[in-house]
Design a protein around this ligand. Structure first.
Ligand SMILES: Cc1cc2nc3c(=O)[nH]c(=O)nc-3n(C[C@H](O)[C@H](O)[C@H](O)COP(=O)(O)OP(=O)(O)OC[C@H]3O[C@@H](n4cnc5c(N)ncnc54)[C@H](O)[C@@H]3O)c2cc1C
Length: 132
């Protein structure tokens, strides 16, 4: 999920520097810059929580289940959001098969369902919290 999101972010950075509208690259618009900044921030936050959860699983920490569920939920929701924003930055071309984004949109979306839906991840997190 995060690998696909990283690829979409890289594609969006390259595309917005090349695509020109109203006489300038769309990367010159502040809205584009804000979207790219949020995409990168959400991606790194997801990656950091994933590494923390992986470390807890490796060391057999008592809260490893809660952190694994938190990491899965955040990484997959953010993956969907990042590819959705990338598609928006590509405009109409994002929807066409000429560019890779529409394929990533479908591929990343399913991760909120696979391996336990994100509703079930939230149940696991809150169950662990309320048990303490
Ligand atoms: C492309 C793809 C590949 C797959 N590959 C595999 C595989 O290799 N191996 C495998 O075993 N499975 C696989 N699956 C199945 C996948 O794990 C299930 O689709 C997933 O666990 C959700 O189960 P479900 O489809 O029965 O949805 P349901 O359990 O029917 O859920 C439907 C909706 O109800 C919600 N819901 C269900 N129960 C609750 C609850 N208690 N509280 C709140 N909300 C709830 C869900 O979050 C979801 O939004 C695959 C699915 C897809 C789409």
């Amino acid at each position: 999920s995060l690998g696909g999101a990283q690829r979409c972010l890289d594609e969006a950075v390259n595309y917005t520097k090349e695509r020109k509208q109203f006489g300038k690259a769309i990367s010159d618009f502040q809205n584009t810059q804000f979207m790219l900044a949020d995409m990168a921030t959400d991606l790194e936050a997801s990656r950091a929580l994933l590494y923390l959860a992986a470390a807890k699983v490796t060391e057999g920490a008592p809260d490893k289940t809660k952190f694994a569920a938190m990491a899965k939920r955040l990484a997959t929701d953010n993956g969907s959001k990042i590819v959705n924003d990338a598609l928006q930055l590509f405009g109409g071309y994002g929807y066409l098969q000429d560019y890779p984004i529409e394929r990533f949109w479908r591929d990343l979306r399913v991760h909120s369902i696979l391996e336990g839906t994100n509703q079930v991840m939230r149940m696991i997190v809150s169950r662990e919290m309320l048990r303490q």
